[in-house]
Design a protein around this ligand. Sequence first.
Ligand code: CMC
Length: 438
Amino acid sequence: MTKDNASPKETVTLINNSTGKSTEFPLLSGSVGPKVADIRSLYASQDIFTYDPGYMSTGSCKSAITYIDGDAGVLLHRGYAISDLAEHGDYLEVAYAILKGELPNTAQKAKFVKDITNHSMVHEQINFFFRGFRRDSHPMAVLCGVVGAMAAFYHDSIDINDPHHRMIASYRLIAKMPTVVAWTYKYAMGQPFIYPRNNLGYAENFLHMMFATPCEEYKVSPVLARAMDRILVLHADHEQNASTSTVRLAGSSGANPFACIAAGIASLWGPAHGGANEAVLAMLHEIGSVDRIPEYIAKAKDKDDPFRLMGFGHRVYKNYDPRAKIMQKTCHDVLNELGVHDEPLLKLAMELERIALSDPYFVERKLFPNVDFYSGIIFRAMGIPTSMFTSLFALARTVGWIAQWNEMLTDPDQKIGRPRQLYVGAPPRDYVPLHKRA
Ligand code: CMC
């Protein structure tokens, strides 16, 4: 932290009861949210490390991008409530704010949209790179590989010390991600890749690349395009979650942006993180009917059963995830547009939510539906296969990852990320020659 975040009066004192040594640490104040103890001098002053697996109480950086109050169910990007951004903004406008700090004015927005649109095509050689993958690969495996390989195709923008290079790489990632994600789908389907169309909006273009074929005209429904755009807004950034922290940690060594985003994609894939949207749908299929819900609620509560209600619970939100509320409404909009008035999975999801929210186990632990609970039902209704769900999350989150990466590289306090540990292995001992070992 820079000195201006520190209040000269506020400190916390740590007294080591064994040695009697006491050290005062500055308390830093953010613009909103809890104070943060600056313990950087702890090891030097007390010869002590902190132990905080899962970073339950550890701030790993300072950031001006996203603020979450998990108890109140608040999510702000650059100070703007997610509900306002989702209702009144669009994805590229929100992306601009996340990347640059302020919502764009009319001219800035027009230029940003034009610049992103102009970068949407990928190097033609990437077309052939795809062909090295098995067609039955998981799209996240392909996405991870292709995005990592972009450093080989765009090595003219990987000087991380050059702000212009950083911005070009950021634009390229935001612009090309829809193309790469849509192509992972086309590749799995054995259909020809569909090239981006610069007269379409960002979400509209993505749906076009997913569902058009060379054989016939494909008209993107404005309601579905708007819904997709809103889903992208809802996933655009989420503070220092696992994948974002992975991007930051990878980037802290000076790794190139494409490698860092590939690392973020790999982290996102896990079922406790972005893989949950896929897992929610698998779970709803497994439950199958409303009368089996109690059986699954009981499994989720059983400590001897590893089963968890997917799409429920969050490390930070101990209240309704504000994104889940908007997602639920979007789900109804999409199903109405598609004329699906009796989607059994939606009925099942709503009943599961109703029962879980009144069950003391979930109430006491403050386990509410999260962003992934309804997104899968929307994607499925749009015709997007389950295996693609997490790739869509990655597409939306790319702007958050790259903005956090840029922010980290311009932070004067930036250092290579290097946590310490509590060593519990063997103490020093003598090497025993092989022939003398039992
Ligand atoms: N079903 C049943 N019990 C749960 C669940 C759940 N989904 N989530 C948490 N619990 C219980 C857990 O067993 C523990 O109980 P106890 O105190 O009796 O031991 C308590 O609630 C606290 O759980 P925790 O694992 O300590 O909480 P965490 O903050 O480490 O985990 C989480 C957060 C999201 C990994 C977890 O809630 C979970 O696995 N949820 C299901 C997966 C999911 O939906 N993930 C998407 C997260 S939102 C999108 C994203 O970030 O990518």
